[in-house]
Design a protein. Structure first.
Length: 368
């Protein structure tokens, strides 16, 4: 019996890979006339990395280091990041997963990556759904994707519209109480404007709801990158310009977290590897922001049984049950609304209930 050699790999974000390429080939970047970049300039760094990867020596070096490249959620790549992938694909074996209908950025229509794949290669269509086998969920998702009205079925229901906050809260509490098969539940909304979703979640947490008295349920709102960064910086005390030792001391006074620890490691590396003495506070804040974004892209350390979040935050995740709170204030055209609803429904493994704010919502896309 022959033993298989150990397969080693590196998991990183596209932005992290771009920064690695730029740092490795910084001298060549200067020779090519690329202006100096910092690790907080995500789009600019990716564009610089794309230009570098277009150079044969850089592309060959990258392919030798990473002979196989796997890219997930490729439909979300903006032109700067797609430039990197196009260049790298000329030397490395590249496997790309993408679904144009799951792209929620209206600026990416027609989708650049999908267009490039269709014009350059022969993409393979993956038709088998692995997240769920529930017939009603599959039928509803297919209908939304095809521009048709989703219908109630096994595991999928559009509930009586919650015109009032108490009624909507009762429907949400009942859905949680009667959830099929237990498991975690996500409350997903396509828009926070108008505070319909927030008010419903608050009411469910305040006490029993409706004649059945279901609840209260503590539903944790998942914060955005901006709110998490702001919460960290509110307690961050540092002069406009500080030494490395002062910056590290100030960071260690913060509540310990992944982004804070990563920022401390970054400062220590700058001091010991690069010989830096002074650090502007603005640069430290930018690094904290970058580390928060990277931590969210790689995954979350805290798991809550009941979670509330936006459709964008729910992308590429799955839950046993999903309750969608659909308010009046959902922007975008009909196509965009269908994509929002499709992304929300397809987060569910067992069941999905939709609560709309008003009856007239059901007479317009994405429900017709």
């Amino acid at each position: 019996m022959r033993s298989c050699p150990e397969i080693k790999g590196t998991v990183t974000t596209v932005d992290g890979f771009a920064w690695r390429m730029y740092r490795r080939w910084r001298g060549l970047a200067m020779a090519l006339g690329i202006p100096p970049r910092t690790d907080g300039e995500f789009d600019a760094v990716c564009d610089a990395a794309g230009m570098l990867l277009e150079q044969p020596q850089v592309r060959d070096w990258a392919a030798a280091s990473f002979p196989i490249v796997l890219v997930d959620e490729g439909q979300d790549l903006r032109p700067e990041r797609l430039r990197m992938l196009v260049a790298l694909s000329a030397a490395a074996r590249t496997l790309i997963a993408a679904d144009e209908f799951q792209c929620l950025d209206q600026a990416l229509r027609r989708n650049p990556l999908v267009t490039w794949l269709q014009e350059t290669w022969e993409p393979e269509t993956l038709a088998q759904v692995r997240r769920t086998h529930i017939a009603g969920l599959l039928a509803a998702a297919a209908a939304i994707r095809d521009g048709q009205a989703p219908a109630n079925g096994q595991g999928f229901r559009i509930l009586q519209p919650g015109v009032s906050i108490p009624l909507a809260a009762t429907l949400l509490a009942n859905a949680i109480a009667w959830r099929q098969g237990g498991g975690n539940v996500a409350v997903i909304t396509p828009a926070l404007q108008g505070r319909f979703a927030q008010n419903v979640v608050v009411r469910v947490g305040e006490g029993p709801c409706g004649q059945h008295g279901n609840g209260p349920y503590s539903i944790h709102w998942e914060g955005t990158d901006r709110t998490e960064v702001q919460a960290i910086l509110e307690a961050f005390e540092l002069a406009p310009v500080a030494s490395g030792r002062e910056a590290i001391a100030a960071l260690r006074q913060l509540l310990p977290s992944g982004p804070v620890r990563a920022t401390i490691a970054w400062v220590e590396n700058q001091v010991h590897a690069c010989g830096r003495g002074d650090f502007p506070r603005e640069e430290i804040e930018a690094v904290i922001g970058r580390n928060v974004a990277l931590r969210r892209q790689h995954g979350r350390s805290t798991t809550h049984y009941f979670t509330a979040l936006t459709v964008q935050q729910a992308k590429n995740r799955e839950f046993e049950g999903v309750v969608i709170l659909w308010p009046y204030q959902v922007g975008g055209d009909a196509e965009h609304k269908r994509r929002l609803l499709y992304n929300a429904v397809t987060r569910a493994r067992r069941w999905c209930h939709i609560i709309v704010q008003g009856q007239n919502i059901l007479t317009s896309p994405p429900f017709v």
